[in-house]
Design a protein around this ligand. Sequence first.
Ligand code: GUN
Length: 290
Amino acid sequence: MSARIIDGKAFAESLRAKISSRVASLVARTGRAPGLAVVLVGDDPASQIYVRSKAKQTVEVGMRSTEVRLPAETNQQDLLAVIEVMNADDGIDGILVQLPLPEHIDEAAALAAISPEKDVDGFHVVNAGLLATGGKGVVPCTPSGAMMLIEDEQRDLSGLEAVVVGRSNLVGKPMAQLLLKANCTVTVAHSRSRELPGLCRRADILVTAVGCPEMIRGDWIKPGAIAIDVGINRVPAPERGEGKTRLVGDIAFSEAVQVAGSITPVPGGVGPMTIACLLHNVLRIAESKA
Ligand code: GUN
C-alpha cells in the first residue's frame, strides 16, 4: 500500500488565490490594502530567504509589504522602539519579527512588545492564552496550515488519537491545542518521552516538529494514519555533487509512505502553508478592523 501524498504547495496556492480575491473585495470596499511589516535583525541566511519570500507573496496577493532590516548589533531597546512605532502605525495591520533573533536580544521581550492585535504570528502570550482557553485570537501559522491539511484529509477528527512530537511554543504546543479543539485525544511527546516509537504507533494523526532528520521510522507509524511532517532539515547530499545538500523531514518518508494513509512530503508539504496562513492572518486582522 502507498500513502496519498498531500500536496501542500497546491493547497497553499489555492488558499492564496482565495486570499487575493478577499483582499480585492476589501480594497474595493474600504480603499485600503492590508499591510504587513516584517522585521529582520541580523543576516541569518535562512531568515533572509524566508523574509524575501514573505514580502514577495504579500505583494502578490495585493497587500502592502514593509520590510525593516536592522544590523545584527541592534540592541533590544532599539528593536522595541521600532516595534512601538509599528504598533502605532494605522497603515500596518500585522507585525512579524523574524526568529531567531541575535542572542543578546530577549526573544520573549520582543514578542511581548508586539501589540496582540497585530501579532500575525500568534506568538504573543495573549494569543497563546486565547488559543488555550478557546478564545478568538491569532493562531500561529505553521500549526494552522498543518491543521488545514489534516482537516482536508478528514473532516471530523472527533475522538481520534493525535500524537504531536515536539513541544515548542511555535509549533508543538499550539498544534496540540488545535487538535484538542477539534476533539482529538492528544498526546504531546518530546525528547524526554519514553518509548517514543510506541507512542507514535498509537496515532491516527501524527504531527512531527522536532528538527531531527528522518528520526521517525516507517514502523513507528500506524497503518492508515495521517502523517504530517513539520520538520525541515538540511542534510548532506553527496550524490548530487560535492558540498550539495537536500531537505528532509523528521519522518523517514520512503518508509512511512508505505504505511501511512496520507503523508506530507518535505519539501512541498507543510512548508508552503506557513506563508499562506501568515497572509490569511493579516487579511483576517484587516477584515475585522474594517
Ligand atoms: N522563523 C522560522 N519560522 C518562523 C515563523 O513562523 N515566524 C517567525 N516570526 N520567525 C520564524
